[in-house]
Design a protein around this ligand. Structure first.
Ligand SMILES: *Cc1c(COP(=O)(O)O)cnc(C)c1O
Length: 416
């Protein structure tokens, strides 16, 4: 599949008059249209709700757009809860799916009325002690072993730190019912960045069967099943995109085959998608500021791994378009690098691209999720601005770039 950008060279040239590169740019139209496709895919389920994984794109303007589309937030830290509250997202619009949870986070989650998704059996008494047990609660399940679809191993939950074991789910529900819980949800996140329409349906079937079993063994009132995140996006031009309508229909089929016959047709489906909601609708725009000819050909950008860590951290592929050179032949082989004193600070290695000249704008695709948010400040490099390309074509600054003052704000030089 050809990878297109949602922004043109002419638009970038206009933007840089006000906002210098590098910056992350988000596409409001794309975000809204995709959110509507996701909701349509699950519209067969009366209680369906998406809780956007805030860690993917923790910006209140993005959260507000999603809120307008009927989407809540999935939080896992104090500041993510605070961000939700500041955006006007409270109560059961928040799913609190955390792990290794500090007491103060449970306290705030309870104060906001968030739905708490417990990660561990021992958290039951911890929560009781620090913040009290709510009437409605969710438990995160880890089936152990390998998560397989047909004969292929998708991931290794047995090696993951998250969730209750099968037997702990049973004991946990009994214990929580003893503490007054009236309504339960179950949750699992068993594979990340999946590139098959079968992931959610396979996971859903496992969770639906577990829900039926748990109700039989404990008498618990299970009102929702949370399929969490994990649906991937086509980062590479050769990736076959997931079809959310097919995914929704696959979950529907499992629902009709497992839950409906068990008299549990009222169960609501929840999702906590991050990547699928935002990744394709954001890009990192950077300028080529240097070229270097040594043992390889290098193009140096004004962005670095501080702005987008995924290539350095996971060797992740991010497609690159040279603005205005979309139709030129990709007959030059480059390493496209940032300026960190780390040799893994490369947005692309041995990438075939059109001839790049200093001053060209490079559009690094699919940075809308787990892009800006993973940023750090190594080498004292500063985080960029975030801009929103609005539906009406205007551009709005939704986060300013960091300044040296921000970097020094935690230091007190007067005691030196
Ligand atoms: C990270 C995360 C998500 C979102 O994952 P994506 O891969 O972005 O869909 C959802 N739920 C929880 C608990 C997470 O930690």
């Amino acid at each position: 599949m050809e990878k297109k950008t949602f922004v043109t060279k002419a638009q970038i040239e206009e933007m840089v008059k006000t906002y210098p590169t590098p910056f992350h740019l988000y596409d409001e139209k794309g975000i809204r249209e995709n959110a509507r496709r996701v909701k349509a895919a699950f519209s067969w389920n009366k209680g369906y709700k998406e809780y956007f994984a805030v860690k993917a794109t923790p910006n209140p303007y993005i959260l507000k757009i999603l809120k307008e589309e009927g989407i809540g937030t999935d939080c896992s830290s104090l500041t993510e809860l605070m961000l939700s509250e500041k955006t006007g997202i409270t109560g059961e619009e928040i799913m609190f799916s955390s792990n290794v949870t500090p007491a103060e986070e449970f306290v705030l989650a309870r104060k906001l009325g968030a739905i708490i998704n417990l990660d561990d059996f021992t958290h039951i008494d911890f929560l009781k002690e620090v913040a009290g047990i709510p009437e409605k609660i969710s438990l995160r399940y880890n089936p152990g072993g390998y998560f397989q679809i047909s004969n292929s191993i998708m991931d290794n939950p047995g090696d993951a730190k998250y969730g209750f074991t099968h037997d702990q789910m049973i004991e946990g529900m009994k214990k929580l019912m003893g503490y007054g819980v009236k309504e339960f949800g179950i949750h699992a996140f068993l594979a990340s960045s999946t590139m098959t329409n079968e992931y959610y349906p396979t996971l859903a079937r496992q969770l639906f069967e577990l829900a039926v079993e748990l109700r039989e063994k404990t008498g618990a009132n299970i009102t929702f099943v949370n399929l969490s995140g994990g649906i991937g996006i086509p980062y590479k031009p050769t990736d076959e995109p997931n079809d959310i309508a097919v995914i929704g229909a696959g979950v529907h089929k499992a629902f009709d085959e497992v839950l409906v016959p068990a008299g549990m047709g009222d169960v609501a489906i929840y999702t906590e998608l991050g990547r699928f909601m935002l990744a394709p609708y954001g890009c990192l725009v950077a300028k080529a500021i240097h070229e270097k000819h040594t043992y390889k050909e290098y193009i140096g950008l004004d962005a670095c791994a501080v702005n987008l860590m995924r290539p350095a951290m996971y060797g992740a592929y991010h497609h690159i378009t040279v603005a205005g050179k979309e139709n030129e032949p990709c007959d030059h082989k480059y390493d496209v690098t940032g300026s960190l004193c780390e040799n893994n600070d490369k947005f692309a290695i041995d990438r075939m691209l059109p001839k790049i000249d200093k001053g060209d704008y490079l559009i690094i695709h699919d940075t809308g999720a787990h892009g800006f948010s993973m940023g750090y400040n190594y080498n004292g490099k500063l985080k960029s601005a975030e801009l929103l390309l609005c539906v009406d074509g205007s551009v709005k600054k939704i986060r300013r770039a960091e300044t040296p003052e921000d970097y020094f704000a935690t230091l007190d030089f007067s005691n030196l």
